[in-house]
Design a protein around this ligand. Structure first.
Ligand code: AMP
Ligand code: GLY
Length: 433
């Protein structure tokens, strides 16, 4: 069969690789892909169409008789790519635009969680600055920090954790008046601050049944010890011992089951990948956010741990028979370390030559996923802030960390930066690996 993977990050490289492992796949197109998917070789080929070129992608899928399409990022979901593919009778994994509002509209997601009693932070939604300001002025000093969020998609940047009233007022001015997030801040959510530690749980669902991937943890800050600015994610590992089997049970009972049921009852069943972003405090999970896709960099750790046939599971999710297929995880653990351009998440340079030393221990268990890379006349150059990620799968978390860090030393470009403490937080939680 022919598969189309949409997106250009390391997550999509990992998706392409997971698809390539399935026996039945003859050809994989990645649109637009990156320098890594360009050189996977064999059955994988980049397709020069943007992830947001919905009509171009529909036309390609029809003319090339693509059997299955998998969407990586959120923007095409918001544009209704799943709706358009389905209208044309094409098979595509992902939620419709109206189901994807669990990610693309935080006001929708918050109201939805309230309707179904899904644990999450208290909040108010505002459509204009004066009301938001009056609300912030009415709070006591002890009500801070508060979290101010642009409701719409803001490339992961529309969230301000305001430590003080002044910071909250500034965020309101930036969102409503300076329009730094554009239309994404037509509505602004102000919510209470959740204490605890974050974890990510991904499910694949056909709208009714669902299967769980292993729980993971992202490392969002640029600096070691979770310090400095927020980034797109500097590394991840799975499984995360923070999410004990008991917590996973609570997440299923209090979050996943009511969310899927609520979406069905409201006439927009949720299909595809659902990302449950959790805050866990004293064994109690609450939802920080839903995303309508897999996380990046978590996917690069979670997908290589899937032992059963990925494409068979995707196909089953489209046919409503997800409970009939195996969905097994490998024993052991995976660690992903992101290699970024110096200066990221602020200004950084591109066009730096990348060398991957002959000593890079590539194998079925050690993978190099590209993100901000381009392949020019056979040479690899940086083209983004997060450039590559290295994933190692090993019998224990400790070994997967050691192998990932041993491998990343063989990848070089001017200014390359990575955090040295990916996975370390697991050991605070009593991981024994
Ligand atoms: P979001 O895009 O909603 O996930 O927010 C981005 C990040 O901001 C989250 O991953 C958290 O680190 C932080 N955050 C968002 N909402 C809250 C909250 N209510 N309490 C504490 N931290 C939050
Ligand atoms: N890892 C965070 C995200 O993908 O949104």
């Amino acid at each position: 069969m022919k598969v189309l993977v949409i997106g250009s990050g390391a997550r999509e490289h990992a998706l392409a690789q997971a698809v390539a492992r399935s026996g039945n796949v003859k050809k994989i197109h990645v649109a637009p892909g990156n320098g890594g998917t360009a050189i996977m070789g064999g059955k994988v080929e980049n397709l020069p169409l943007k992830a947001t070129d919905v009509e171009g992608l529909v036309d390609f899928a029809i003319s090339e008789s693509v059997d299955l399409t998998v969407v990586g990022p959120e923007q095409p979901l918001e544009l209704g790519i799943v709706d358009r593919f389905r209208e044309k009778g094409l098979r595509i994994v992902g939620p419709t635009a109206s189901a994807a509002r669990l990610e693309t509209s935080k006001s929708f997601a918050k109201d939805f969680m309230r309707r179904y009693g899904i644990p999450s932070a208290d909040y108010r939604v505002f459509a204009a600055a004066p009301e938001a300001r009056a609300f912030v002025e009415s709070l006591c000093d002890g009500d801070f920090p508060r979290v101010v969020k642009a409701s719409g998609l803001a490339a992961g940047k529309g969230v301000v954790v305001a430590e003080t009233r002044a910071q909250a007022l500034q965020a309101i001015a930036e969102m409503f008046e300076e329009r730094v997030f554009g239309d994404a801040a037509d509505e602004v959510v102000i919510e209470s601050f959740l204490k605890g530690e974050e974890a990510s749980v991904f499910v694949l669902t056909d709208g009714t049944d669902y299967r769980l991937f292993l729980p993971s943890q992202d490392h969002k800050r640029i600096g070691e010890g979770d310090t400095g600015k927020n980034t797109g994610g500097m590394g991840a590992y799975a499984p995360a011992p923070l999410v004990t089997p008991e917590i996973m049970r609570l997440v299923e009972e209090r979050v996943i089951v009511p969310a899927l049921e609520g979406m069905r009852m409201e006439g927009h069943p949720y299909t595809g990948f659902l990302y449950v972003g959790l805050m866990i405090d004293n064994g109690e999970p609450s939802v920080v956010e839903f995303n309508a896709r897999l996380g990046d960099p978590e996917a690069q750790a979670v997908l290589p741990l899937l032992d059963s046939d990925f494409v068979a599971a995707l196909e089953a999710s489209l046919d409503g028979r997800l409970s009939d297929v195996p969905f097994e995880m490998k024993p052991g653990a995976a660690t992903t370390v992101v290699l970024a351009a110096g200066g990221y998440p602020d200004r950084y340079e591109t066009g730096r030559k990348i060398t991957i030393g002959a000593g890079f221990p590539a194998s079925d268990n050690v993978m190099l996923f590209h993100a901000g890379t381009v392949s020019r006349q056979g040479a690899l150059e940086t083209s983004g802030g997060r450039v590559l990620s290295v994933t190692a799968v090993a019998p224990t978390l400790r070994e997967s960390i050691d192998v990932a860090y041993g491998a990343i030393r063989h990848v070089e470009f001017d200014g390359a930066y990575y955090r040295r403490d990916i996975g370390a937080k697991a050991f605070r939680r009593g991981a024994t690996g």
